[in-house]
Write a protein that binds this ligand. Structure first.
Ligand code: PMP
Length: 418
């Protein structure tokens, strides 16, 4: 989207202060009298009061195991857990809540898909197509699978600006390509990949696509049916939900054909020592006592997000990113890494002559929480010849004041090391 169409936060119909008031962690001082500018949202977001209170209420009043008890509490917990699944189905516009599998997060979702669907779809001599911007979570499980079955990994490169080389995609989808796994939004560059186009091109060659939605679920309205994604996985903790919970959405025909991921209680239909038959979706993929409280908390987070005015939130996030980009470009010696025209919420940058870790340490003392390092994308940073970057990542509750706080901190960094 061209920069000129971005409304400023002042004109957008979005009350950021009211939103901030929902997030108690944002109001604190870190160190003495040093207010917090929390700019590490790509790592994990803060949690709003409704989510915190929902977890509290579950453990105070409702705690019980699900799917097994005849008693009142267990029935209530089961109902709440299944209601959360429905909220997540609405959040993704999934056709059926049965296609929502609760996982520990994106990493577990990708491991689930690689070790079940992957084992079915990928054979010796096949190729698994990834991109150069993938998070380690969307590389290592596929490498493990490739080693197990004798397949190879192919990598779609990125440009200097951090866009995918879409021109190379059709040629890289060969008769041997068994599947493609790709992030919707890059956690290091902020690039929004043209996912609908990518999936169209892949499907034209009958290649299923696994989407890592860890960074898109918190920032873009996601519609798995419009995308036609075969799988879409994400983590709750980056989208105002609890840690230790996430979602793996899959197309019904895949989920039904796939073998279970883990064996145990809750995923069976009948067990004998001779043979076990498995339960229906989604329980086939949820062995053992699930993370009940956090699933319910994630349902609350999804409802909270769906209640926001998305157009206004997105306009606000775009305006803050644009402002931060302009301000950062004006800091002496700073170079932004990732300048694709279609970006969201992530600003990675380096100083010519200052190590990211040194900068991060000074920023921390100024109350500015950023991440430094390789952001679990070592191959990508190698592509850019960098050991790491400083990454400021934004959420809907961040403001221009947070950006100013960052820029003041960077001026201090310049002063100390320059
Ligand atoms: N993929 C991407 C693009 C990510 O940003 C992250 C989190 N940094 C992950 C995967 C892994 O998510 P989690 O650690 O919550 O499993």
């Amino acid at each position: 989207m061209p920069a000129t169409t971005h409304p400023t936060p002042e004109t957008a119909s979005f009350n950021v202060e009211a939103l901030r008031a929902d997030f108690p962690a944002l109001a604190q001082d870190v160190y003495e009298d040093t207010p917090l500018a929390y700019l590490d949202n790509a790592a994990t977001s803060q949690k709003p009061t409704p989510v915190i209170e929902r977890l509290d209420r579950f453990y105070r009043d409702e705690n019980s195991n699900v799917h097994r008890g005849v008693h009142r509490l267990s029935q209530d917990a089961t109902e709440e857990y299944e209601e959360a699944r429905k909220s997540l189905a609405r959040f993704l516009n999934a056709p059926d809540p049965d296609q929502i599998i609760f996982t520990r997060g994106t990493t577990e979702g990708l491991n689930l898909v690689s070790s079940t669907f992957g084992r079915m779809a990928v054979e010796e001599g096949d190729e698994i197509l990834l991109t150069e911007m993938e998070h380690h979570s969307n590389i290592v499980p596929w490498q493990m699978l490739a080693e197990q079955v004798g397949a190879s990994i192919e990598v779609l490169p990125v440009t200097d600006r951090g866009e995918l080389r879409m021109d190379l995609l059709p040629g890289m989808l060969t008769d041997d390509t068994a599947l493609m796994a790709i992030s919707h939004v890059s956690n290091t560059l902020g690039t929004i990949n043209p996912m609908e186009d990518i999936i169209d091109v892949a499907h034209a060659e009958d290649v299923p696509v696994v989407v890592d939605g860890a960074q898109s679920a918190p920032h873009l309205p996601v519609d798995v049916q419009a995308l036609d994604a075969d799988f879409f996985v994400f983590s709750g903790h980056k989208m105002f939900g609890p840690t230790g919970i996430g979602v793996c959405f899959g197309k019904r025909e895949h989920l039904e054909a796939m073998p279970p991921y883990q064996g145990g209680g809750d995923m069976i239909d009948r067990v004998s020592f001779e043979e076990t038959t498995y339960d229906d979706l989604p329980h086939k993929f949820e062995a053992g006592t699930p993370n009940i409280a956090d699933a319910i908390g994630l349902g609350t987070a999804a409802e909270y997000i769906m209640d926001l005015d998305w157009d206004a939130v997105q306009a606000h996030e775009e305006a803050v990113l644009e402002y931060a980009t302009e301000q950062l470009e004006a800091v002496e010696g700073v170079r932004i890494v990732g300048t694709a025209p279609d970006k969201t919420s992530v600003l990675s940058f380096v100083f010519d002559d200052i190590h990211p870790y040194d900068a991060g340490t000074v920023l921390d003392r100024e109350g500015v929480a950023v991440r430094t390092g390789h952001h679990c994308t070592q191959p990508l940073l190698e592509r850019y010849g960098l050991p790491g970057t400083i990454r400021a990542s934004f959420a809907a509750y961040n403001t221009r004041e947070d950006v100013d706080h960052l820029i003041d901190g960077l001026q201090k960094v310049r002063h100390m090391f320059g």
